[in-house]
Design a protein around this ligand. Sequence first.
Ligand code: NAD
Ligand code: GDU
Length: 327
Amino acid sequence: MRVLVTGGAGYIGSHTARKLAAAGHEVVIFDNLLYGHRSAAGKIPLVVEDLIDRDKLTATLLENKIEAVIHFAAFAQVGESVTNPSIYYNNNICGTISLLDAMRAADVGRIVFSSTCATYGIPASSPIDETFPQAPINPYGFSKLAIEHALQDYSQAYGIAYAALRYFNAAGASPQGDIGEDHTPESHLIPVVLQVALGQRKAISIFGTDYPTEDGTCVRDYIHVDDLADAHLLAMEKITPENSLQLNLGTGRGSSVQEIVEACREVTGHEIPTELSPRRAGDPPALVANPSLARKILDWQPKYLDVRETIETAWRWHQSHPQGFAD
Ligand SMILES: NC(=O)c1ccc[n+]([C@@H]2O[C@H](COP(=O)([O-])OP(=O)(O)OC[C@H]3O[C@@H](n4cnc5c(N)ncnc54)[C@H](O)[C@@H]3O)[C@@H](O)[C@H]2O)c1
Ligand SMILES: O=c1ccn([C@@H]2O[C@H](COP(=O)(O)OP(=O)(O)O[C@H]3O[C@H](CO)[C@H](O)[C@H](O)[C@H]3O)[C@@H](O)[C@H]2O)c(=O)[nH]1
């Protein structure tokens, strides 16, 4: 298929764009490079524009005869969404509506959307399956839930086929070692811990040690970025206007912040000092996926079930690229 990957110069988008190209799809990346990196796109054609420019989007879709869109472009930091909600509602909602209207104008009828476990808010129990109520506790989660509703409405009214993939915590780096996670500023746990191991930070701050979890720190389900990329290809091929999908993508296994720090110590052989800090606003105590539906419907099998193996791929990337993409 001819596929437009928005946000394809970013972390999950670049891994998916390369996998699409390797599978024989014709790929074009659309990214404003606010957080993305030109070199993450590699040899894949890159259009450097913003989602809000609907005419540019429509022209890109038409010129490249695009048949499907995989939509990663968004802001994605939970804490920042609490302190600055305006940019989240504007970019994540208005940007995506602009894209959906450009798709209508260019007659593109297929989209895979990056949703999130943050749409579940604080779940009543764990693991979380797709029937759980979606009740976000932060503006980031609300912005993604709004788009899930928009997709349902656009699908019904205009016949768009969609998949809303609710990822848990993306982690790791390409097993080929050429691309990985590089955000400035970096806020995600595993890369920040690895920056401590590299000597780029003094200590890792643990945000909250009084959560109702076994060791008092937050529990998350860390899913390898390469496994996420596989699921996008499968979902893109599977959806039809009559058969849209909402699926959780995770490993089904939870790791606490303390356990991640310990696993990073084992993988890197570094001491990794910690400091205890207050809770970060907007953080639910525990988010772990029940990924059974995605496994069944997509015939998807995550390869990385041991978080140490995921961390090993990230560590290889951070060691070989201590300044990230350096662009
Ligand atoms: N990282 C995670 O753990 C996680 C978990 C659940 C969902 N998600 C979602 O997955 C998607 C990708 O996440 P990521 O971690 O790769 O983020 P990222 O920041 O690395 O990538 C997002 C990319 O989108 C681009 N972008 C943002 N707004 C844009 C706009 N208006 N126009 C054009 N380009 C724009 C950025 O420059 C960046 O390259 C996001 O939608 C995020 O909400 C991520
Ligand atoms: O320096 C740090 C960084 C993070 N954490 C903790 O580590 C856990 C994971 O935090 P991340 O920032 O790595 O990831 P989030 O769970 O906040 O966010 C991720 O999952 C979300 C869903 O909850 C969103 O989808 C988002 O895009 C994605 O980055 C959280 O409990 C956080 O408080 C720390 O203790 N110290």
